[in-house]
Design a protein around this ligand. Structure first.
Ligand code: FAD
Length: 428
């Protein structure tokens, strides 16, 4: 299948046409999946001198990496769960470890964009808004924490009036502005990284679905028209793969998120609704997220369906939220609307590990995957070169398994999310 019709594909720099695998090849590392996890891992490994092949069932960036909100934030999913598990083994160092981990993805992405001259509309600045008055104390704590780590210049608290002087909205009770966070054209980053990987000798195969993975003594990926024999395998298919059910079944839930872009806004209107060109998301469990694109469209996402089923009419579903956020955009034309599937983990800690001694996997970033996928790509590459410190931390986290989750979604998770939405509606 080709990429879906969305804003990202309509503004794509590089229409990739990597070949389909036809025949058998041998490499050091074979990777399943051409999203951020697979491609960033390939870049890391090729930079370290390994021979690498990537198989993508469709096109590079076809999955969540080419459909997301483009917000690169330090919101490491599962941070609280990680902290409480890590404290048992690492004491107070756990907090420092997690804090620094939050920002590593930003550095990797910035450095990669610069090194390989990737054109992906990189911008800085993010606002995490307080939907309820009662969210403010928690935000103040986050502010104190950021300042205690020396981020006084990057993170500041904006009062309700200050938020309203930047965003033309009646919503929110204040917000945390973060100048270190980024936003960008996600698909152009992903295909740019793929181009970088190819320039380093990585063999990328598109329209090449992996049908079977073999670990153990003779690791290999099997596709319809060929086999890749490798020393190690990296499974990076996230919410879209059905491989290794025995080892990974029931650990990840597909959640469908909606996203859309408006018609191009004239510069004056764009500056009126979001004068600092910030990426924004709010404090609710099921949140809205938005930003301006390089050509001044509003990209607006939300409406997460935790049962794993598709969202019927994304534009109609999201329009009421868009218009209550920005009344000035009432009746605005929606030019692209689409969905994508993210991988959610029960405790929100990314699933990173290894089975059969040589099959590594990384998936499940619970909606915060742009930075995290780049962090875990580096962690896996380090593990493959013998530096196991961070890999062992990730692989050591415990996770709950719910049979059938990946195929059917989780009724329990959907119910839980419905409950949060209902509570939030009641609270106003
Ligand atoms: C609508 C939406 C909005 C989001 N917004 C944000 C955001 O603003 N900020 C943020 O940080 N995160 C966001 N996310 C999450 C983020 O996009 C993902 O966490 C991240 O892209 C995951 O990358 P990945 O490479 O692991 O998975 P994917 O990008 O989904 O890539 C997996 C790839 O594996 C391929 N594949 C699967 N099975 C096989 C197989 N058998 N053989 C070969 N190939 C296979 C698929 O075709 C796919 O291309 C959002 C997600 C969605 C869906």
């Amino acid at each position: 299948m080709d990429r879906i019709d969305n804003y990202y594909t309509a503004t794509l720099n590089d229409h990739t046409a990597y070949p389909t695998l036809d025949g058998d090849i041998d490499v050091d590392i074979a990777v399943v999946g051409g999203g951020f996890t697979g491609i960033a891992t390939a870049v890391e490994l090729a930079e370290r001198g390994f021979s690498v092949a990537v198989c993508e069932a469709h096109r590079v960036g076809w999955g969540a990496s080419g459909r997301n909100g483009g917000q690169v934030t330090g919101s490491l999913s599962g941070d609280q769960a990680m902290l409480s598990q890590l404290r048992k083994t690492h004491g107070n160092d756990a907090a420092d470890f997690i804090w620094h981990l939050r920002w590593e993805g930003h550095d990797i992405i910035r450095e990669r964009i610069a090194r390989y001259a990737i054109d992906c509309d990189l911008k800085t600045g993010h606002l995490q808004t307080a939907w309820h008055e009662r969210d403010v104390p928690e935000y103040q704590q986050m502010l104190q924490l950021a300042h205690s780590y020396g981020m006084e210049d990057d993170v500041s608290w904006l009062s309700r009036d200050e938020v309203h002087s930047i965003l033309d909205t009646p919503l929110y009770h204040g917000g945390l502005r973060n100048r270190r966070n980024l936003h960008l054209h996600s698909l152009n980053l992903c295909v740019g990284e793929a181009r970088a990987a190819a320039s380093l000798g990585v063999q990328i195969f598109e329209q090449t679905k992996v049908l079977d993975i073999k670990g153990g003594r003779k690791p290999a990926l099997k596709t319809a028209n060929g086999t890749i024999r490798a020393k190690k395998i990296v499974l990076a298919g996230n919410a879209y793969h059905r491989l290794a059910r025995k080892q990974l079944g029931g650990l990840l839930f597909p959640a469908v998120l909606g996203n859309m872009t408006t018609q191009i806004l004239d510069a004056e209107l764009a500056a009126k609704i979001n004068s600092e060109d910030l990426a924004v998301y709010d404090s609710r469990m099921v949140l809205d997220y938005y930003r301006l694109t390089a050509d001044n469209r509003l990209m607006f996402g939300g409406g997460t369906n935790y049962s794993g089923r598709d969202i019927n009419n994304v534009a109609d579903t999201l329009r009421p939220s868009l218009e209550s956020t920005f009344p000035a955009l009432k009746g605005i034309q929606i030019e692209y609307a689409w969905t994508g599937t993210a991988g959610i983990v029960m405790n929100r800690i990314p699933l990173v590990g290894k089975f059969e001694n040589n099959v590594y996997y990384a998936q499940g970033y619970s909606g915060h995957g742009i930075a995290t996928s780049h962090i875990v790509a580096e962690v896996i590459a380090e593990a493959l070169t013998g530096t196991l410190e961070k890999f062992d931390v990730f692989a050591g986290f415990s996770h709950r398994r719910v049979p059938g989750a990946q195929i059917f979604g989780s009724g329990m998770l959907a119910l839980g999310m419905w409950y949060y939405q209902f509570k939030e509606k009641l609270a106003g």
